[in-house]
Design a protein. Structure first.
Length: 236
C-alpha cells in the first residue's frame, strides 16, 4: 500500500525540561492513516533515542579514554557531569564538540601537556561530521545558523581540586566547561541554537561572566557551583 508523502511526519517535540508537545499538520485531523502514522512516528522516535543514547555513551568513552585525570575523585565527578549534561537539551550541541579534561599533577609548579590526536579521534570527528550532514532533523532557522560549523576540540584544564568535596569539584567542572562555551564565538553560536527567542536575546546582551553563570544554572549545576564558591571563600 502506497503511503502519503507526509506519512511519519507527526513529531513529539520537547518544549522544556518537563513538557513535550505533538506537532502535526491540519490535514492530520481527517486522515484515515493517522493511527498507523502515529505508531510509525513513535517507532522512529524510539529508534532515534536508542541511537542517541549509544552516541552519548560512545562519546563519554572517547572523552574518558583521551583525557588525563590524576585522581579518582575528579574522574568520577567528570563521569557524572558528562552523563547529566549529555542528557540535557544541550546534548545535541555537545555532539559537535570533543571535551577533553586534563588534571595537572598536585603541587607541581610546571608540567607538560601532551594532547594525542589518535586515529580513533580522527575517525570520531569524521563520523560526527557525517552524522550531522546526513541527519534528517528539521533545519535550524537561518537567523540561528546551521549545525555545519565543523567539529571542535575543547580542552578543559584543572590545576586544583577539592578533596572530599565532590559537589565543589562538580561545580568547578561545570564552571570550566561553561566558560569554554561562553568565551568562544563558536561556542556562543552553538549555545544560541538551544535557546528560545527570549533566552537568546537575553544571552546576547550578557558579558562572559554572566553568560558563564547563566549557563551553569541553565544546565542544572547551580547547587554544585554554590558549593565551589563556598570552598573558594573559605580558602581566601
Amino acid at each position: 500500500m502506497d503511503r502519503k508523502d507526509c506519512f511519519g511526519s507527526i513529531k513529539e517535540v520537547t518544549v522544556n525540561i518537563s513538557q513535550t508537545m505533538t506537532q502535526s499538520r491540519p490535514e492530520c485531523r481527517n486522515c484515515e492513516e493517522i493511527r498507523d502514522c502515529l505508531r510509525y512516528s513513535k517507532q522512529l522516535l524510539e529508534e532515534k533515542k536508542e541511537k542517541d543514547e549509544l552516541r552519548k555513551q560512545n562519546m563519554i568513552a572517547y572523552i574518558i579514554d583521551h583525557s588525563h585525570v590524576v585522581s579518582n575523585e575528579i574522574g568520577s565527578c567528570i563521569l557524572e557531569f558528562l552523563s547529566r549534561i549529555y542528557s540535557s537539551l544541550l546534548g545535541m550541541i555537545l555532539f559537535k564538540n570533543l571535551l577533553l579534561f586534563y588534571e595537572a599533577p598536585p603541587n607541581s609548579s610546571s608540567f607538560n601537556l601532551t594532547i594525542p590526536i589518535s586515529r580513533t579521534v580522527i575517525n570520531l570527528i569524521r563520523e560526527e561530521e557525517n552524522e550531522m550532514r546526513d541527519s534528517a532533523s528539521p533545519p535550524v532557522s537561518p537567523q540561528r545558523g546551521g549545525l555545519d560549523e565543523g567539529f571542535t576540540l575543547r580542552i578543559v584544564l584543572f590545576q586544583r581540586s577539592f578533596p572530599d568535596h565532590p559537589k565543589a569539584n562538580m561545580g568547578m567542572i561545570a564552571y570550566e566547561v561553561a566558560r569554554s562555551f561562553a568565551s568562544d564565538d563558536l561556542g556562543v553560536k552553538q549555545i544560541l541554537q538551544t535557546l528560545s527567542d527570549g533566552e537568546m536575546n537575553s544571552f546576547k546582551k550578557m558579558g562572559i561572566d554572566l553568560r558563564t553563570n547563566w549557563l551553569i544554572e541553565k544546565w542544572g549545576f547551580g547547587e554544585e557551583f554554590g558549593a565551589l564558591k563556598k570552598e573558594m571563600a573559605v580558602e581566601k
